[in-house]
Each structure stands twice: as C-alpha cells, then as structure tokens.
Design a protein around this ligand. Structure first.
Ligand code: BES
Ligand code: ZN
Length: 645
C-alpha cells in the first residue's frame, strides 16, 4: 500500500479551535477570525477567478492528483521517452478527467478503482492551442480513481532537450534534460499541469548503461551506472518541479547534505566554485527554518540549458556559465536554494502569482548572500537589480508593470522578469526596511511555515501581510500602499531603493572619463568586482564613439572576458554601437551558450539595425539547431519577420 498525503487542512477541520493557531489560511477556506466583509475590504474585485489557473486545462473541482508513478524508457536514437504515467486521483466532482498534454502520442488509457484490474477506457484529444497544448479528455467509469496512460513523447517536445555527445563537455555520451517550468511538464508527462495541485511521485527510468539518470527526487550519490534507475519523491510537489536528466555524470560531495553532479571534465571546477553550498543551506535554515527536502544537490548541465538555474527539488539544475573561477556568480545557487522555501515549499497557486516565487526568492537570495559574503556584496547585487527594474519600468506597458495582473490569454514564458523578480524583491525589501529586520524575518518564517506544502495566491499573501503586520503596527505601512505595490503600474513615491557605496567610485570614474576629465589609463579598476564591472558597463550611455569603446577594450580586454555576465553587458553595448571588433567574439558566444539571459538581449540589440539583423540571422541559422526549444521560441520571437525593420 502506498500512503497518500492527507487532504489539505484535514487536521484543521477536525478541531475548529485550531483555526486560530496552527493552521494555514487559504482562500477556499476563509480564515475564521476575519469576517467576510473585512476580507473583501482587503481584496479588490477582479473579472477573473484568482484561484483559477488559466494556463491549464485541468479541472481540480473534478479530480485532484495525489500521486504519480512514471515508468519510462529513454531512447536517444528516436529522441523519445515512452512508457506509462499512472495517476492516483482524489475524486471530487468526478465525471471526465481532463489532463494537459503537448505533442504527446497517446497510445491507450486504462482506468481502475483502487487495486482493481485495469480496463481500457475511452479518451479524446481536443483542439491544440499554441500556448496551452492539447487537452486529453478521459472517460472515467463510476468510482474510478486511477488512470494509466501509455504514451510516447515527440522528438520536439518543448520541455526536453536531447543533445548529441558533441554538444556535451566530454563529447563521449549523449545527454537529456527536462525543463518543466512553467508549462512544459505536459510535453513529457500527461498530467494536471498546474502549480495549484501537488503530488508525490515515484519513477522507474531505463536508459543505456553508459549514462546516469537523476531526478528531482531521492538521488543516491553512489548509484551504479546500470541503466535501471528508481526514484521516489515523498514530499508533494507541483508539476513544474518534475525533472529528469540523463548523461555521463559524476558526483562530488560538498557537505553533509550537499553535493554536485557534473560531467567528468567539469566536476572539479564545479565543486570548487560551489564549495559554499552547505553553508548557504545552513544560513537559509537559520533565517527561515528547517530545510524540508532531505539532500540538496546541484547538477551542472551542458551550456545549452536555457536558464541560469532551475530549482528542481533536491536537485537544482544549473548552467555551466556561472562557473567563473572566482565564485562571483554563486548567488545563482543561493537563489535556487532559496526556492526550497519560496516556491517549492510555499508555491505560487497560478502563474499570475509568479512574483511570490521569484520576488520572494530574490529577496531571500540577497539575505543569504549578505550573511555569507557580507553587506557590500549583497548591496551591490541589490542595487544592480534596482537599476534593472528602473530601466524596465521605462519600457514596459502599464499592463505588465504590476506584480499581479490579469492572467487570461497569457504565455507564462513571456512574463517580465524585472517585475516578478526585482519589483517583487524590492517590495519585500521595503517591508523589511519599514517593519525592521527582526519583525520581517519572523513574519516571513511564519509565512513559510504556516503555508508549507500549499499553493498560495497573491491575495493569500496580502491578507496574511495585512493581519500579521499592517494591522499590528498601525501607521507604519498602509494597506493602500501594499496594494499599490501589487496592483498599480507605478511604484509608491517613497520607495526605498537599495544603493551601494561600492558603485560611487565606479560611477564617478565613468563620468569623469566620459567628460574627458580623465583618460582610460586613469581608471582605477584593478580591484573591481564582477558586480562593479556590471555597473560600469551597464551604465555607459548611448552614442559613444568607436574610439572610446576601443580604448576601453584595449585597456581592459572586455571582448575577451571569460566572465559571462560581464560579456553579456559588454556585448550589448558593443552591438548598440556597432563596435565591429567584438563581433567575432559575439558570434562565438551566441554559438556556444543557450542561456536566454545571455543571448536574447544580444539578439534584440542586433535586430535594431539592418546590418545587425543580417548578422543575427546568419549566426542564428547556425546556432538554432543546438538551442533548447524554449530558447528557440524566445529568439524566434525577437527575429520574427513581422518585426523586421
Ligand atoms: N525558476 C526560475 C527559472 C524559470 C523561471 C524557469 C520561469 C521557467 C520559467 C529560476 O529559479 C530562476 O529564477 N533562474 C534565474 C536565476 C537567477 C535569477 C540567479 C535564471 O535562470 O536566470
Ligand atoms: Zn527563481
């Protein structure tokens, strides 16, 4: 018998006195201590349902998945996963079961009740939507509470990247990795693909015996490479955290509960770069309570990974582009680790609430960085985030500026990260600065603890903030101001922006050089950190001369930098000024990495001019086959014909 997780809040419903103490509040079960009228005064009215996930076909009022059992064969020749997904369901309203799919070949579906025999059942695939995929409607016999789906994925599945050996570091074995967030789990598992539903899972994965399989589950550091792997994830997680990776991987221990997987030629450098992971974990626990997931391991992927990192539970996926040799980009690990509280433990209920995952995580990241590397480093990183937000606020439409906006007809992959991440983090920072650190730390810790393993909406947070802080400290931070942060395009006038002293001399030297008061030889940059370089380059104005750029480049070898974040900033400036000496390095960069943050802004800048667009199209034609489907979609949008000059 497999144990099923307790229905949400079951323990609370038994004893109504508990409402006032230990139990989390949620919109579907209104908090008993607040009258409906008082709640309405806090929450505005919307034309849409704030609990509904408009990016999923799943109908949680009919069934809720409790457990998923995967049995899949990984075939590198056909670039397919094939096998079965078995869902254990809690019957609610019943009727047909609707699952999310995208480009899946559904061979057959069986249904059963409990441990009874499986019997084939009817199913239909509905109309396909470019963003949402294809609903799979399964006819459910009365009382059926399990389904088993036999299926094969498409070689072009949006959530999978199949890499030939030549695209890996060691060029020995092929590689496969998944990327499920936001709505790509449905391209490799037929399931209720919504962050509002959580399930435990187990999986049996077969592969060639020359590669190791890892999942967002209980990976064994000393597992044999035998092509037959079994996994279990005992904590209930949302679909976007389903993850699998297969390749020629080795393990290195980092600490008692932490370790790292990477290809053989990468493992030593990776282990050295991220040696502070165990301390980061302990720091986060000190701030926000115990880490609830067992082990925390990192997995370094090939450079085509479309993100910097992905917080797959127990096994963060990370780009190799953060292995800088000097720990300058390790905030990425702090960020993905922070998601173990903000995101994986307390999860955004829908993609409209994405800022609750990413904004909170960005804030927590800064706290971990400050505790471990000091205030100067954390303050620089925060100031850079503020600068990015200010720039984004100038170009974004009013409709995309609020933290939470209308979720209908949206592709979650299009959300502006400056808003969810940086405006979200700045909101937390302003609350912290207003209520004081100690109070705000206690508040966040109790938010995480009180909503552990739940999916929460923006309005859940607003209500909690109102009852736990705003009402308890009258005259400090008004409810109206909190609502402005969340729902209005513009930020409050009195927003507190993080500043960094370390940028003062950088800014002063930049200005003096641009004004012709000092020469490039006079710029004192020997002890600049990567963050100071990011500041210097990203604050350069438009309209500089080729001579000025060449002088900088000759003195500081920016085109040749091995730090990918500095390269990104410099290449954007180079393209905006059509500084041709950098173009061969830009071409090499675009062909060697697929991380969207490092490539999309460069393609965007190139697309602004006719020459740039020609160069971009030529490079992209060669690079595109090696990019991940998600990166391809992002660059395709930038270079689409209808956007041509
Ligand atoms: N969860 C995100 C990545 C993500 C976001 C995937 C939206 C799909 C849809 C991850 O935690 C993240 O934020 N990664 C950042 C890291 C950075 C802020 C340190 C990235 O990839 O750049
Ligand atoms: Zn994140």
């Amino acid at each position: 018998m497999r144990s099923k997780p307790m229905p949400r809040l079951a323990g609370c419903l038994l004893l109504s006195t508990l409402w006032l103490t230990g139990c989390g509040k949620s919109e579907s079960e209104p908090a008993a201590e607040t009258s409906p009228a008082a709640v309405e005064a806090v929450i505005p009215e919307f034309e849409f349902d704030t609990r509904r996930d408009y990016q999923s076909y799943a109908e949680p009022a009919a069934y809720v998945t409790q457990h998923l059992d995967l049995d899949l064969k990984v075939d590198f020749d056909t670039k397919t996963l094939s096998g079965t997904a078995t869902l254990d369901l809690q019957r609610k309203g019943g009727g047909d079961l609707v699952l999310d799919t995208r480009d899946l070949d559904i061979e057959s579906v069986e249904a059963a009740n409990g441990d009874s025999e499986w019997a084939d059942t009817e199913f239909t695939l509905g109309e396909s939507d470019e963003v949402l995929g294809t609903p799979l409607r399964i006819s459910m016999p009365a009382d059926a509470d399990r389904v088993r789906i036999h299926y094969v994925t498409s070689p072009d599945a949006s959530g999978l990247q199949w890499l030939g050996a030549e695209l890996t570091a060691d060029e020995e074995q092929p590689f496969l990795f998944t990327q499920s967030q936001a709505i790509h789990a449905r391209s490799w598992i037929p399931m209720q693909d919504t962050p509002g539903i959580r399930m435990t899972y187990q999986a049996h994965i077969t592969t060639p015996d020359t590669v190791l399989a890892l999942m967002s589950a209980n990976n064994e550091p000393d597992a044999d490479m035998d092509g037959d792997y079994s996994f279990e994830m005992p904590q209930p997680i949302p679909s976007y955290l389903m993850a699998l990776s297969v390749g020629d991987l080795r393990f290195a221990k980092l600490g008692a509960r932490t370790g790292i997987y990477a290809e053989p030629s990468v493992i030593d450098a990776a282990a050295a770069e991220f040696e502070d992971t165990q301390s980061m974990l302990e720091t986060a626990e000190g701030l926000y309570g115990p880490y609830r997931w067992g082990r925390y391991d990192l997995l370094i992927l090939p450079p085509s990974f479309p993100y910097g990192g992905m917080e797959n539970p127990r096994l963060t996926f990370a780009t190799p582009t953060v292995i800088a040799g000097d720990k300058s980009l390790v905030s990425l690990v702090a960020h993905e680790l922070a998601h173990s509280w903000s995101g994986n433990l307390v999860t955004n209920a829908t993609w409209r609430d994405f800022w609750l995952n990413e904004g909170t995580t960005t804030y927590v990241t800064n706290r971990i960085m400050e505790a471990l590397y000091g205030k100067k480093r954390a303050q620089m990183e925060m100031a850079l985030e503020g600068q990015e937000l200010k720039a984004a606020m100038k170009t974004l439409s009013d409709a995309s500026k609020p933290l939470a906006s209308d979720p209908r007809d949206k592709d979650p992959d299009d959300a502006s990260s400056a808003i969810a991440y940086n405006r979200g983090a700045l909101f937390h920072y302003n609350l912290e600065q207003t209520f004081g650190r100690e109070t705000y730390d206690r508040f966040l810790a109790s938010w995480f603890d009180g909503h552990a393993f739940q999916s929460v909406t923006t309005e859940d947070f607003l209500k909690f903030l109102n009852s736990e802080l705003i009402e308890k400290h009258p005259g400090t931070f008004s409810l109206a101001k909190a609502k402005q942060w969340i729902y209005s395009p513009e930020l409050p006038e009195d927003t507190i922006w993080p500043e960094s002293d370390a940028f003062e001399s950088v800014d002063a030297q930049r200005k003096a050089w641009l004004a012709g008061e000092i020469s490039v030889e006079d710029i004192q940059a020997d002890d600049w950190t990567v963050q100071q370089w990011q500041r210097f380059i990203s604050s350069l104005p438009e309209g500089m001369s080729t001579e000025q750029l060449a002088a900088l480049d000759q003195r500081f070898h920016l085109t040749q930098t091995r730090n990918k974040m500095i390269a990104r900033e410099w290449f954007i400036v180079a393209v905006k000024h059509q500084y041709k000496p950098a173009y061969p390095a830009i071409e090499a960069h675009l062909k060697s990495v697929g991380r969207m943050l490092l490539i999309t802004p460069i393609y965007k800048a190139l697309a602004e001019t006719e020459d740039g667009r020609k160069f971009a199209e030529r490079v992209y034609a060669e690079a595109r086959p090696n990019y991940h489907p998600i990166s391809r979609a992002s660059v395709d949008k930038v270079l689409r014909e209808d956007k041509a000059l």
